[in-house]
Design a protein around this ligand. Structure first.
Ligand SMILES: *Cc1c(COP(=O)(O)O)cnc(C)c1O
Length: 361
């Protein structure tokens, strides 16, 4: 094994319990994008043993995959579900997001039993991505009633809960107003109402309603710009040194025309951008070997990178390298490469082997 991802399920449980205890409401575990790149199935299998109310993914095929692998709990699909695949949503008992009047009208034209589908309605409260506008609400509610459509939840999404308090308050107030209006017209009881994501769950204890949707916190990412010690990193991306050599000042390094400015010992690590390691981290990223920081030098290649190990002694081929985790945070790599932590981790390729552990602390 040249590179692998160690996932500590005890840390996952700890993050889950932290947010469960803090909010005291139902949890929707967000495992879209293959569990933010970490591995949706491993995460789901563990959380299914906890009391998570439901899972959420972006697309129907992700939900199908999880069902095939044996995940039984409810799965909410956030994103567009093509009308041709609605039968699968019925067969697999998925929950679809109803986010526009046009979408509902398209579904009505399909040869499908609409009353067999399960829906959560999404409300647009200012992000202007998916979500029903207040002006369409009445017409939608009429169709829902005529077609006997099952609405089990209502939700919206915060655009910037981490830093914009005014807009977050505004979105919440809008949501609350629309939900109150809807509740009188929907016949179902126990409707799940939800708007809080990870940053909102940490920052606003009055916005939990009866469910919070958590992604970042499960995976150990920090949703706010301060570090919350209760949120634990759940994975470490590792590799092994594949080659070591000495190079002299003036020699070239990797692709392109870059040159070494002083004599160095360098090592090759078999991880590159095909594994989802950002090429933008060429010359600015770093890894850890034997607890010491080693800078990436030269361009990151498709399957390899070169690091500076001049300051390390007695290094051998096969020595372990930490790519991400244990001192290298996704937040830091995001900052260095001009993106966010979520982007860094959800690019981690599914071709990398997953090793599941339970580390006692
Ligand atoms: C991704 C996503 C979440 C989870 O967000 P985090 O900030 O990672 O907790 C919640 N709701 C929706 C609609 C999402 O798309």
């Amino acid at each position: 094994m040249e590179t692998w991802l160690e996932i500590d399920l005890n840390k996952l449980r700890s993050n889950y319990n932290y947010i469960k205890n803090k909010t005291g409401v139902e949890i929707c575990s967000v495992i879209k994008a293959d569990g933010y790149g970490i591995g949706a199935f491993e995460i789901a299998k563990e959380l299914e043993k906890m009391d998570t109310k439901l899972f959420a993914v972006a697309f129907l095929n992700e939900a199908e995959e999880l069902r095939k692998e044996g995940i039984k709990k409810d799965i909410l699909i956030f994103n567009y579900v093509s009308p041709k695949t609605l039968q699968s949503a019925i067969d697999n008992n998925f929950i679809i997001t109803l986010y526009s009047l046009d979408q509902l009208k398209i579904y009505q034209k399909e040869d499908i039993e609409l009353d067999k589908l399960r829906f959560h309605i999404k409300i647009n409260t200012g992000m202007n991505r998916l979500g029903i506008n207040e002006s369409d609400l009445e017409e939608i509610l009429t169709i829902i009633s005529e077609e006997n459509i099952k609405v089990e939840g209502v939700y919206s999404h915060f655009a910037n809960a981490e830093t914009d308090e005014d807009f977050t308050d505004y979105q919440y107030e809008r949501f609350k107003k629309i939900v109150d209006k809807m509740e009188n017209s929907l016949k179902q009881n126990n409707i799940l109402k939800h708007i809080a994501n990870s940053p909102a769950s940490l920052k606003y204890n009055s916005y939990y309603l009866n469910l919070v949707r958590i992604g970042m916190i499960l995976y150990g990412l920090q949703p706010l710009d301060r570090t919350d010690e209760n949120i634990k990193g759940i994975f470490t991306w590792k590799s092994k040194i594949s080659n070591i050599r000495k190079v002299s000042e003036g020699e070239r390094i990797s692709y392109g025309k870059e040159r070494i400015t002083e004599d160095k010992t360098i090592a090759v690590v078999p991880v590159g951008y095909s594994h989802g390691y950002m090429r933008q981290l060429s010359n600015i990223g770093y890894v850890m070997v034997e607890g010491r920081r080693c800078d990436i030098i030269g361009k990151i290649c498709m399957d390899q990178m070169i690091i500076d190990v001049t300051h390390l002694e007695e290094l051998e081929i096969g020595n372990e390298v930490i790519i991400l985790g244990e001192g290298i945070t996704a937040e830091k790599l995001g900052e260095l490469s001009g993106t966010i932590a979520d982007d860094i981790i959800c690019k981690i390729s599914s071709k990398i082997e997953r090793v599941v552990k339970r580390i006692e602390n």
